[in-house]
Design a protein around this ligand. Structure first.
Ligand code: C2E
Ligand code: MG
Ligand code: MG
Ligand code: MG
Length: 285
């Protein structure tokens, strides 16, 4: 089938494209109800000290278990949530849930660690991000230093949308701020010194180059060096192999996150496998 678009060009719409569009419309309408239907949950991926191998934090990662379609990847539904503005209500739920969970683990007597939460640009544009973060901390009782906010490099480097003043206000609440997927955008390294950030997260794409591509190795070494010189901590994302781990440790990378140690896990898996407490269900026998 072909039709004319506004500029008078003929646009072909293949069966595949049509199916993709229909699928996206379907997901969009069900995402509107996903929160109230309790289809959204958080998984938590441990972050490990490269030196001691102790868990020093978690990253909260959204999961959507669609009623009929089953699990939908964040790579598919996060962009939809951003386009529709739903990320504001979903993101508010994520912040509160992650803070409440972290406080609950502390109350059970586990060593206090950070909980990292991902933020989208739309949440900065909504103008009440600071109030939402403040409310999540207050309602959960979590100390601000145990909450970390992750923003991607392109959000952090934005001149518009008042992102940088907002980051300063968030920072003054006492939370930590990290730059996610670091190295993937063409940002000015010089601007890093003006941003209120605590950590860089080296993107998985570079980690995959370890022992494969000496240029990736050089870039990682320079990023770690830069972070140290600026007084920032550095964590490597997507570490899957021992070879990668050994390289990163040799380069004095502070922390490691990746399948080599842990995949993102449900609350129950964390409590069972990591904290060794059995859930009431498993306990009764
Ligand atoms: P991200 O923040 O960069 O999160 C890291 C992603 O890498 C996660 O994918 C994680 O499961 C995956 N990962 C961790 N270790 C490994 C590894 O060793 N190997 C491989 N192959 N992958 C690894 P996930 O959970 O699918 O999330 C994808 C993206 O969706 C996240 O990337 C983040 O940008 C976004 N996202 C997830 N949850 C939220 C949320 O609550 N809010 C917002 N705004 N975005 C979110
Ligand atoms: Mg992240
Ligand atoms: Mg990342
Ligand atoms: Mg990412």
């Amino acid at each position: 089938e072909a039709k004319k678009n506004g500029k008078g060009q003929v646009v072909f719409c293949s069966g595949k494209m049509k199916k993709d569009v229909q699928e996206k419309m379907m997901l969009t309408s069900s995402l509107y109800r996903a929160l109230e239907k309790h289809e959204l949950t958080l998984h938590y991926q441990p972050q490990v000290s490269a030196e001691s191998q102790a868990i020093v934090g978690f990253e909260a990662l959204l999961r959507w278990n669609h009623g009929e379609l089953g699990p939908i990847s964040p790579a598919v539904f996060i962009p939809i949530a951003e386009e529709t503005g739903l990320i504001n209500s979903i993101g508010e739920w994520v912040l509160l849930t992650a803070c409440v969970q972290n406080k609950a683990w502390q109350d059970k007597g586990f060593t206090p660690v950070k909980m990292a939460v991902n933020l989208s640009l739309e949440q900065f544009r909504s103008n009440n991000l600071e109030a939402i973060v403040r409310a999540s901390l207050k309602q959960s009782g979590l100390e601000p230093r145990y909450l970390e906010l992750e923003i991607t490099e392109n959000i952090a480097m934005r001149e518009s949308d008042d992102v940088i003043p907002c980051l300063h206000r968030l920072k003054s609440l006492g939370v930590e701020i990290s730059i996610d997927d670091f190295g993937t955008e063409f940002s000015s390294l010089g601007r890093l010194k003006d941003l209120p950030v605590d950590r860089l997260k080296i993107d998985m794409a570079f980690i995959q180059g370890i022992s494969q591509n000496s240029k990736d190795e050089s870039i990682i070494a320079v990023m770690i060096h830069l972070a140290k010189k600026l007084g920032l901590k550095v964590i490597a994302e997507g570490v899957e192999t021992e070879v990668q781990l050994v390289f990163l440790r040799d380069e004095a990378c502070d922390e490691i996150q990746g399948y080599y140690y842990y995949r993102p896990l449900s609350k129950d898996q964390i409590e069972c496998d990591i904290y060794n407490i059995s859930t009431p269900d498993l306990a009764k026998d």
